[in-house]
Design a protein. Structure first.
Length: 94
């Protein structure tokens, strides 16, 4: 598992998987939409460009309802949007 991730890379990859960006707050929020419907699955990234360390990666994984390794795979595009939705459905989150 990686010890840090680039926030811009993570943000771009989340948007490819159905997350919508809202930067009208102190942080940039990423909320999952399915078929244009907002879900309660969301995470946030700071406006600064500091790499995401392991503690923040773990928090973001919890917010997106996956384990840390799965989040890293999601963030670096080893898992696509359909696979992520399947994981959430298997966990009965969706």
């Amino acid at each position: 598992m990686t010890s840090s991730l680039k926030p811009n890379k993570v943000a771009g990859n989340l948007k490819k998987k159905g997350f919508h960006e809202d930067d009208s707050h102190d942080h940039i929020w990423y909320t999952l939409y399915i078929n244009d419907k907002k879900t309660n699955i969301r995470t946030k990234i700071s406006h600064n460009s500091v790499d995401l360390g392991i503690s923040l990666i773990k928090k973001m994984a919890d917010q997106l309802k996956v384990d840390t390794n799965t989040f890293v795979d999601l963030a670096i595009c080893n898992i696509d949007g359909k696979e992520y939705l399947a994981i959430l459905k298997n966990k009965k989150i969706l």
